[in-house]
Write a protein that binds this ligand. Structure first.
Ligand SMILES: [Ca+2]
Length: 144
C-alpha cells in the first residue's frame, strides 16, 4: 500500500512538472527573447532564467514576480503597455530588459537585440535598492 501511494505521488509530481515546463515554453514564445533571459543570480557562468514570470528559475510555481503579474494582467500578451512598464522597478522598461527597446516585437519574430536583464527581478539583486524592490524574492541561492 505504501509503495503504491509513493508511486502515485511520484507520477503526479512528474505530471505537474511536465505541465509547468510546457506552460513556460508557451509563455516564453509570447515575450521577446523569452527563452534567453539572463539569470540575475549567475554572475560568473551565465545561465538562463526559464520561468520568467516566477521567482523560481526552472519550474515556476506560485511565487509570481512583478513581471509575471503584469504579464497576466496583460492577458499574457506582449503589448506596448507591458513593454513600457518597469515591472521590477529598476529604472529599465520591460522592453529594454527583454531586448525590445522600441516595443515593436511581435511573436514569431526574431528580436533584433538580446535580452539584457530579468524584467521581474531588480538587478543587481544584492543592492540595497533591489532588496527593497524585490518583494517576494529574497535572495539568490548562489549568493548565500
Ligand atoms: Ca525593469
Amino acid at each position: 500500500m505504501y509503495f503504491q501511494m509513493t508511486f502515485v505521488v511520484q507520477i503526479l509530481t512528474l505530471c505537474i512538472v511536465i505541465v509547468n515546463v510546457y506552460c513556460h515554453e508557451e509563455y516564453q514564445k509570447r515575450i521577446p527573447n523569452g527563452n534567453r533571459v539572463p539569470n540575475p543570480c549567475s554572475k560568473i557562468q551565465k545561465s538562463i532564467w526559464k520561468a520568467v514570470g516566477h521567482f523560481n528559475n526552472t519550474h515556476g510555481g506560485v511565487e509570481i514576480s512583478s513581471f509575471g503579474k503584469d504579464f497576466k494582467n496583460s492577458n499574457k500578451t506582449w503589448t506596448i503597455t507591458l513593454c513600457n512598464l518597469d515591472s521590477d522597478g529598476d529604472g529599465k522598461t520591460n522592453g529594454e530588459e527583454l531586448g525590445d527597446p522600441s516595443c515593436v516585437w511581435t511573436p514569431g519574430k526574431e528580436p533584433k537585440v538580446p535580452a539584457k536583464n530579468h524584467p521581474g527581478i531588480c538587478e543587481p539583486v544584492d543592492s540595497v535598492r533591489c532588496k527593497r524592490q524585490n518583494q517576494g524574492f529574497n535572495q539568490c541561492p548562489q549568493l548565500n
